[in-house]
Design a protein around this ligand. Sequence first.
Ligand code: UDP
Length: 313
Amino acid sequence: MPTVVVTGGAGFLGSHLCERFLNEGMKVFAVDNLCTGRLANIEHLGANENFHFSKQNVSDHILIPGEVDYILHFASPASPIDYLQLPIQTLKVGALGTHNVLGLAKAKGARILLASTSEVYGDPLVHPQKEDYWGNVNPIGPRGVYDEAKRFAEAITMAYHRTHGVQTRIVRIFNTYGPRMRIKDGRALPNFFRQALKGEDVTVYGDGSQTRSFCYVSDLMEGIYRLLMSNESDPVNIGNPEEISLKDVAEEVVRLTGSKSRIIYEPLPVDDPKVRKPDTTRAEKILGWKAVVPRTEGLKKTLDYFKQELGLS
Ligand code: UDP
């Protein structure tokens, strides 16, 4: 039975990964320091004898007994308000944490997949974003702690691949949504759902003309699984290329929830990217993957989850 280590295993994406790999018949070691992850996300896996959780900070040291076949490095604050509140932890987990997981991969002879991000493209000057675009990042701006940590993480991952022959994979994840997002993680969809369901004002930042492309979590999981099992060591974008303005997303959420909330406009955060849309040609060619869950369907499932979280169903 193959063994997989998931760092950030109690987080939004990490917990979905644990579930996916258990369903593939693997033994899963989830590691998390719970700074943004939550035990509630993995509670339902506790009864599975192939699932193990250990509270560790991967920026300090990682201790995993026995053999390891795969490592998925997903530990990091990932929502803008989280990494603004935890700037040094964010830099450390991207740099020291990634160094430690690469060392673990080397010691165990394991294949490692790094969770990178569309944030490596910064406020992009090329649209849509292809993997060969080097990005437009402000290194000293407030978002730089996340963007540069992930850019460093990619660099050290490639260095371990080239220098030590470690089998590495890099996924550049675009905006993803679905059950287990924290209702107060500050990202657009959790905010919009929470505000609309509670009848509060829905806060669109800026004039709402900035765009994002939202991918439902099950699509992302499939893309990650296929990338891990592939031979591709160059970065691969995984995301849904359907682009929408934030104003339109806010209106969709208000309509879907049947809310009477008003949409109000607040200042745009510093360095907020104006556009974002993945070019997924590489994923389609190499992995035979593309997003299949339409936003209407994904948003409905997400609505059910947020209702439950707020005790409304
Ligand atoms: N945003 C917004 N209202 C909110 C939260 C976010 O208009 O209550 C905007 C934010 O300024 C950005 C977009 O939604 O333009 C996506 O933000 P998010 O925090 O979800 O992630 P990002 O894509 O910026 O990493």
